[in-house]
Design a binder for this molecule. Structure first.
Ligand SMILES: C=CC1=C(C)c2cc3[nH]c(cc4nc(cc5[nH]c(cc1n2)c(C)c5CCC(=O)O)C(CCC(=O)O)=C4C)c(C)c3C=C
Ligand SMILES: [Fe+2]
Ligand SMILES: [Fe+2]
Length: 322
């Protein structure tokens, strides 16, 4: 047999095709129907999704998407650039897909198999593993493999929050921002939340986020009172991981914290959740509650330091030459 032919597949969460209510509705229907994302009893969620969420949320969310949309959705534009730059750096085929919406994972896996790739390195672009994100990417790969006669070799990069190259890239990016703009009373590490119940049932995502922030803060030699961890993006009436980003900002402003810098180390690309929820909504909350200066430190996106870190992480997962 000839030497193995490897492709890297980078995957991010997903996004609608357009910033319009019908496109957002189609996207949210696919996304929120995944039991990895919403674990409510199926029969109950079937009705709540169709009668409560999908008739109302898409119109509001489409407006938010429109406020951050460029030629395309930022998360798709950035993921595409990341894949292109990673391919140049690695000298190995790198393609990208979205877990929900387009470009979808399954047709890409079919295409790669058809092109004779017999080893796939799957890199979900979530530094901290959660069943609701990376687990959902793994499901697609597992379902795709089910029943196939010829299987490729497979490396699934489960997470990389502890990898020194990634920690260093995060710290370098924060340091560079602070060298240019100065510091703030508080540096806030804001992570996307998950329902508290998922943690109670064994998802250790929250612990990974906390340890992740500690590693970055340690690298920046920050004192304990100079930084904090919060969780954003609550959805639905149940409790999510705490402390909440919006409530914390409000409370700090009331306690005399004048300036904050927010960074979101769980997001490898800027998207609706960082550009709108953090940089617009939470900015307004903090300044409205008496804060004086709010700065958002962008995600690592396609920065050279990020590409270099991802390349090193992938290299450790490439098959050894025979
Ligand atoms: C309802 C449950 C949700 C869970 C659990 C969840 C986990 C989770 N999500 C991300 C990353 C992203 N989420 C994004 C958008 C988004 N997330 C949810 C819900 C859950 N997320 C919704 C409903 C939406 C869509 C917007 C909205 O209707 O409010 C995005 C942005 C995508 C974009 O198009 O820009 C990202 C990225 C993580 C990391 C995570 C758990 C670890
Ligand atoms: Fe989300
Ligand atoms: Fe959000």
């Amino acid at each position: 047999m000839s030497a193995s032919k490897t492709a890297v597949v980078v995957v991010n969460l997903g996004t609608p095709d357009a910033p319009t209510a019908p496109a957002v509705r189609a996207y949210l229907k696919e996304f929120l129907s995944d039991p990895r994302v919403v674990e409510a009893p199926r029969w109950l969620w079937f009705f709540v999704l169709r009668l409560v969420v999908l008739p109302f949320r898409p119109r509001r969310v489409a407006r938010l998407y429109a406020s951050v949309w460029n030629e395309d959705s930022p998360i798709r534009e950035i993921t595409e650039r990341q894949a292109r730059e990673l391919e140049t750096r690695l000298g190995v085929t790198v393609r990208y897909a979205m877990r929900y919406g387009r470009p979808a994972m399954r047709p890409l896996l079919d295409e790669l198999a058809g092109e004779g790739y017999d080893h796939l390195v799957i890199l979900p672009l979530y530094p901290q593993y959660s069943g609701s994100t990376t687990g959902a990417v793994a499901d697609v790969v597992a379902n795709w493999m089910h029943g196939r006669r010829e299987l490729p070799g497979l490396s699934l990069i489960r997470d990389y929050w502890e990898h020194p190259a990634w920690v260093e890239a995060m710290a370098d990016s924060i340091r560079a921002f602070r060298e240019q703009h100065g510091g703030a009373d508080k540096l806030v590490f804001s992570f996307h939340g998950i329902p508290k119940e998922y943690e109670d049932k064994g998802d250790r995502y929250g612990e990974r986020c906390r340890r992740s922030a500690h590693l970055i803060a340690e690298r920046l030699a920050l004192a304990d009172d100079e930084w904090a961890i919060t969780f954003q993006s609550r959805f639905g009436p149940k409790e999510w991981l705490q402390p909440y980003t919006d409530k914390s900002l409000e409370a700090w402003a009331g306690q005399g914290v004048r300036s904050v810098q927010l960074v979101c180390p769980g997001f490898s690309a800027d998207c609706l959740e960082t550009l709108e929820e953090i940089d617009a909504e939470n900015r307004e909350i903090f300044l409205g509650a008496g804060g004086e200066r709010f700065q958002y430190i962008p995600a690592l996106n396609a920065d050279q330091g990020h590409i270099e870190a991802l390349a090193r992480i992938v290299e450790e997962n490439l098959p050894k030459p025979s």
